[in-house]
Design a binder for this molecule. Sequence first.
Ligand code: IMP
Length: 168
Amino acid sequence: MKEFIKYEEIRNRISELARAIERDYEGKEILILGILKGSFHFVSLLALELNLPTEIEFLKTSSYGESKISSGNVKIEMNSDIQLSKKNVLIVEDIVDTGLTLNKIFGEILFKNPVSLNVCSLLIKKDKHKFLHEIKYYGFEIKDEFVVGFGLDYNEKYRNEKNLYILD
Ligand code: IMP
């Protein structure tokens, strides 16, 4: 396991993202829709930094299981009581790898008629992903490597590591 991005650097970048989001959503309320489990630290730090009226909801996806490669078979679990119409929804994701997960989530959320819908991902694999819409906010653009820590797991381990690491 090789150290990749230190916690302090992650925190600084999250502050920068919060400032950009505040500028864009000035005078508006926002609903952060965190994608579990990998985004839970990111959602927490971003929300604490954001100086905007903010609601927080989560949905859960799974596709990887015990593999490092996306199965493409994305399952979404979301509480049907969550009201997204009339909301400025910001999907907060840990990493966009193939983009398959986000394509599916984006489609389902659009179907619920939000006022606006944007994406904020901590990490993106820009040259690899096939997400069909703009990723308006992202923390770091990375190469095609498997990353763990700061919420991201391999087989449910490493989520509690503060730094990000590249897994061999
Ligand atoms: P995608 O559908 O291939 O974009 O993958 C999305 C989900 O797979 C992410 O939200 C992560 O939970 C997981 N994932 C993708 N790449 C990595 C990685 O490098 N480390 C840990 N999890 C990953």
